[in-house]
Design a protein around this ligand. Sequence first.
Ligand SMILES: NC(=O)c1ccc[n+]([C@@H]2O[C@H](COP(=O)([O-])OP(=O)(O)OC[C@H]3O[C@@H](n4cnc5c(N)ncnc54)[C@H](OP(=O)(O)O)[C@@H]3O)[C@@H](O)[C@H]2O)c1
Length: 322
Amino acid sequence: MDKRETIMTKMQFGPGGWTPDRIGSLAGKTYVITGANAGAGFQATRILLSKGARVVMLNRSAERSGAAIDELKAEFGPQAQVDFIRMDLAELGSVRQAATELLEMLPQIDALICNAAIAQVPARSLTKDGFESQLGTNHYGHFVLCGMLFDRIDASMGRIVVVASLGYRMGLRTIRFDDMHWERGYGANTAYSQSKLAQMMFAYELQDRIGASGRNVEVLVCHPGSSATSLISTSGGRLTRLVWWLMTKSPMVQSAERGAFPEVMCATEDGLEPRALYGPTGRMEFVGPVGRGTLEPHAHDKPVMVRLWDRSEADTGFTWSI
Ligand SMILES: NC(=O)c1ccc[n+]([C@@H]2O[C@H](COP(=O)([O-])OP(=O)(O)OC[C@H]3O[C@@H](n4cnc5c(N)ncnc54)[C@H](OP(=O)(O)O)[C@@H]3O)[C@@H](O)[C@H]2O)c1
């Protein structure tokens, strides 16, 4: 993005950037969000509920989901429309089962927010289906979930929001097709970066396919910047946890609530650009007013996007209808 575009983006939402004050009533709208019992996903759920929406959380832990629902109902009252379906993204059978239940439960999906992730997993591990854990959870799990819910979102003229990470700029900056599951040279950060880049490339390729087929789904990509959530404490190694803990004491890390703004914006705000990356626009794009950030060209490398789509279908055994 050039300087003029940056200034225009900042002007678009005022000097404070996008905030939930811009959202009107969401009564009658239904949002589905993955990984919503903690962190940015939990805060996004809070914001959506505060505007009168219905939210269905897809989480892996029944216990943590129950606690999250109790907390949300304590804040918004027993009538708050928040439900939970168990789904483990690291197990494609569980993703398929959850999507089937969701389709029975919801006639309408206004937005699916692909928020859940694991990060910085210190030693290589595999999902139930044999995929490297970060690629399997963050990309392949969401790839199948989005595919199974796509027709319902299309019929609702809804959106898919992909929550990415500035980590897409680190690591290899392309997809390692000859060793997708890191049998050689595994690194916690490189594998995480690759999984987030894969999620972005999936989103941009899906936009192209929607454009070519005239379907009615808007796909948007964002990231929470650097936010004080449980991401690193859940899956990171000891040293990463220490470094992250020190960082959270600095102004380079913002609250989990602010980290939720970009994904809520992408789920609710009209007129956003598809080929873009939304998130904080302040220091290093880690923190600050929310708007359109910098999107580096390697995330939109068309031959790699197409090859990744084909490879994702082959690896997951899931064929999209688009
Ligand atoms: N925080 C940051 O600074 C930062 C920076 C860049 C990008 N992000 C991105 O922001 C998004 C939200 O992360 P966060 O920071 O809010 O992290 P978080 O607090 O750890 O929340 C992640 C959520 O994902 C869920 N999850 C993890 N593995 C799952 C699985 N196999 N199946 C279903 N759900 C699963 C977690 O469930 P459990 O509670 O059961 O673990 C949790 O609810 C992620 O996409 C992450 O990559 C975060």
